[in-house]
Design a protein. Sequence first.
Length: 239
Amino acid sequence: MTDNGPSTATKGTPVGRRVVLGMVGLGVVGIGVGRQLSEGISNTVGSVAPGLASVIPATGGFRIYTVTSGYPEMAVADYRLTVNGLVDRELTLTFDDLGALPQTGITADFQCVTGWRVNDVPWSGVLLSDLLREAGVKDSARALRFLSFDGAYTESLTLEQSLAPDVLVATSMWGKPITREHGGPVRLYVVPMYGYKSLKWLSGIEVGATVVPGYWEERGYDVDASVGESNGRSDDPIV
Ligand SMILES: Nc1nc2c(c(=O)[nH]1)N[C@H]1C(S)=C(S)[C@@H](COP(=O)(O)O)O[C@H]1N2
Ligand SMILES: [Mo]
């Protein structure tokens, strides 16, 4: 019972999601139910009034999601990102290798398809387009598939979406290393799309010929997750 994610009550709500939504309505951090019950972590913030969740420094208004029973842990020294498939050069990058590539900072809102938004989050890391230039994308490539070292979550983008100037392989958030709960050491941040595109605990990028729908997309969410133009929502665009 630890399914969390982008569900809304109107669309194929996974088991467990409503429970979590009920808690976040009270301002509780929306962490996995199993972890919460077994470790009681969110109970420490359980009495915060609605709207005050942003005062919790650990999450700053984010609700922490995982589709597994916890948050995978990876020491920075052990971190590897593989880039393979339809590329000229397959890459296996360490965290330091990522740091040696051109660094880009992006400050933008983060919007989950369930309705919560965190304004003006500063991220930095390597633009996905810069990474793809390193690898060299073959002419036949049309899509990217992203893998998480949680062993369960996947995501997708078209090649065109991947080359946008606001899609980041992020290594820092709010000027600090990305925490384990937020998907550290490395996660995606896809500015123009709902949060489910921003895969946490990024471990692999497969360049391919066709889009392979990701975890929530296999469960009914739109493959094109543009904010305000997908999933039947009309949120303001993210700028
Ligand atoms: N690996 C993984 N990545 C994930 C998710 C997840 O459950 N597992 N949830 C997604 C969803 S639905 C959202 S809104 C954001 C939430 O990011 P946060 O947990 O840092 O708040 O992560 C996205 N990336
Ligand atoms: Mo989400």
